[in-house]
Write a protein that binds this ligand. Structure first.
Ligand code: RUQ
Ligand code: CUA
Length: 629
């Protein structure tokens, strides 16, 4: 109760420190612990004593591990892994029929940007969406049970789903853009030397069903062959819009390190997704490519505009008010702030400095509010809801805090005055996250820096070092480094949300189990021959017994197990490992899962519960008898 209270009113740090100081003094005194104390370095602010809960959930993308990791904030303790694109025997993911089907042919994904669902511009705690950069997919995780529910893709015509997944203020769409350009429709061949003429990028609008969260690709907008990078969705005055930055407006197809860093400015794309939706609804003479309506922005006015932006940018973020749009050029030490209101005026007045392949290029000076000298290698920007922005600096290994407009005269004359603080993060930082930064009301308080490239600060584990996160207290004027922790490979971005916004279930209730082969009574279980080479097993798991615990089949049979865990007690999970059959099911209480093996090896193979469930867990076993043909 008390902690929820804490997260709600966002206390200034002294109050927090006092609370924890009080909680800390006693145990530290008793243990004579030599660790961090409730003193100068502020360590207590992240200390969550045993039995206490964190204030926030932190959802890390797991990069090329293909997974999502859940941690608590402020402790940074990892709580859970949510397998998405990669099998995870610990959760039985990739072993059940359902999860196998969802993963399809792929055994990995490259998760970069988690996006929480929103209602009226704030997190509603329903779903978490993530992208797969490698195989052009997006996935939906339900925050009721922290399980992956849908994997959509590969998205047609899309190659390198990196600029994703950005959720609109009422979860109408997941907006995604391609990192790589290819000849369209996907599957067409053209030599890379013809890149400029024959290759294209794509922005896709993935429709989300407001009730079920089911995703489907609604429409796509064709773009020149730029590489699209990070984006964000508009809100308030910019609701209905989405923004991405591009690099490689040079349209180079080789040696991008040099060839894509020639021009002084690249483009940001301002995409009016409401207009795109209208074009599709009115069916304004659209082509379909691989079944998806494809909008050419040169033919459909108002769908897309380009805005010049500092060299080789790596992201663009809309402020909580939706008026200020901040983009950083990683090869220029500035973050550019655009005024969306001026942008609207500019497009009304056709204040363009030209066009690129039929897409108007808005006059830079007409829309820029200022260039903030944040420092070297700026990447991503987050907001605290108090009028401040925080930009990660990869090259400087720092975070810069700066003031959003409106700026006073002194500041507009000397933009360095907009910078109010800078903190070193000890590593090359990539993304950073503030709870609720992409909502209309960020929760502020904390900033988590997601760092790259180890610097010998931890125990040496060989040539491959873990990634690190650092926790920074942003509740005061000056940022304060609080805590450092290791993560799995490899967080790119994260989302953080107050714990009380999420309301997970404790068990799958028996009455909600709609699996057609669920069984609840040992009497109704059994082994049945359902075809010449097919056996179906209806099985129950409960402490500490399988019903049946002997399954007799013929060599070569396809054996399908429908396993129901009939427990209705939270965390009473039963596993289902079959020796030498490459099988490990994990069935949470109240769930039914289906597993299939081909019994191609004759002999006797024990199956056993892999999840510690009771004092007699070790006794929870059975035999698969495979009779030779
Ligand atoms: S990326 S470190 Cu989001 Cu894939 Cu910027
Ligand atoms: Cu059931 Cu261990």
């Amino acid at each position: 109760m008390f902690r929820i209270f804490l997260s709600k009113i966002r206390p200034p740090i002294p109050m927090r420190s006092l609370t924890y100081l009080f909680l800390l003094v006693l145990p530290l005194g008793l243990l004579g612990c030599g660790g961090s104390s409730a003193s100068d370095d502020g360590a207590p602010a992240s200390y969550v004593p045993p039995g206490e809960k964190d204030d926030y959930y932190l959802f890390y993308s797991g990069g090329h591990s293909g997974q999502v990791f859940v941690a608590g904030l402020p402790s940074l303790r990892e709580i859970q892994e949510i397998p998405v694109f990669t099998p995870s025997p610990g959760h039985g993911y990739g072993f059940s029929k359902k999860s196998k089907k969802m993963m399809g042919e792929y055994r990995w994904g490259d998760v970069h940007h988690p996006g929480l669902s929103k209602t009226d511009g704030t997190y509603d705690g329903r779903w978490l969406f993530v992208n797969d950069n490698a195989n052009n997919r997006v996935a939906r995780i339900s925050l009721r049970d922290f399980k992956t529910k849908q994997i959509l893709g590969p998205i047609p015509n899309s190659m390198g789903n990196h600029g994703s997944s950005f959720v609109t203020p009422n979860t109408e769409y997941l907006l995604v853009a391609t990192r790589f350009s290819v000849p369209l429709p996907k599957g067409t061949h053209a030599p890379v030397e013809t890149y400029e003429e024959n290759f294209n990028g794509i922005v896709s609008g993935v429709d989300i069903d407001p009730e079920t969260g089911e995703m489907e690709v609604g429409w796509q907008v064709k773009t020149p062959p730029f590489n699209w990078d990070l984006g964000s969705t508009g809100k308030g005055p910019s609701d209905g819009w989405a923004f991405w930055t591009s690099y490689n407006t040079e349209m180079a197809h080789d040696s991008l390190e040099i060839n894509a860093s020639q021009r002084d400015r690249d483009y940001a794309a301002f995409v009016n997704w409401e207009r795109a939706e209208e074009v599709v609804e009115n069916n304004e003479g659209l082509n379909r490519r691989n079944g998806v309506p494809l909008i050419d922005p040169a033919e459909h006015e108002g769908v897309m505009y380009f805005v010049p932006v500092s060299k080789s940018p790596h992201g663009i973020d809309a402020s909580p008010s939706g008026r200020w749009i901040a983009a950083s050029g990683k090869l220029q030490p500035t973050t550019t702030v655009f005024d969306f209101k001026q942008f609207k005026t500019a497009i009304e007045n056709e204040d363009f400095q030209g066009e690129f392949r039929g897409v108007p290029v808005v006059n830079y000076d007409a829309v820029v509010e200022g260039e903030v000298p944040v420092g070297q290698g700026p990447l991503h920007t987050q907001f605290d809801g108090e009028g401040n922005a925080y930009t990660s600096l990869f090259i400087e290994s720092s975070v810069t805090k700066w003031k959003l407009p409106p700026w006073d005269k002194e500041t507009t004359e000397d933009m360095s005055k907009a910078v109010t603080d800078k903190i070193s993060v000890h590593y090359n930082i990539g993304h950073l996250v503030i709870p609720g930064s992409d909502t209309k009301e960020p929760y502020g308080n904390w900033l988590v820096a997601m760092n790259k490239l180890q610097k010998g600060r931890g125990l040496n584990v060989g040539p491959e070092k873990p990634e690190t996160s650092q926790l920074i207290d942003i509740s005061g004027e000056e940022m304060e480094m609080i805590e450092e922790d290791y993560t799995r490979p490899e967080p790119h971005f994260a989302q953080a949300v107050p714990a009380d916004v999420i309301n997970p279930i404790e068990v799958y209730k028996k009455e909600n189990n709609d699996h057609p082969d669920a069984r609840w009574d040992p009497e109704n279980t059994g082994v049945e021959r359902t075809g010449p080479d097919e056996v179906t097993v209806h099985m129950i798991a409960k402490r500490s017994q399988y019903y049946p615990d002997k399954v007799e089949v013929q060599q070569g049979d396809k054996v399908t197990f429908h396993l129901t865990n009939i427990e209705q007690v939270s965390d009473m999970i039963h596993g289902f490992g079959i020796a030498q059959y490459n099988m490990n099911g994990v069935v949470p209480p109240g769930d039914t899962q289906t597993f299939t093996i081909t019994a191609d090896e004759a002999g006797v193979y024990p199956f056993y519960c892999t999840n510690f469930c009771s004092a007699l867990h070790q006794e929870m076993q059975g035999y698969l008898e495979v009779k030779p043909r």
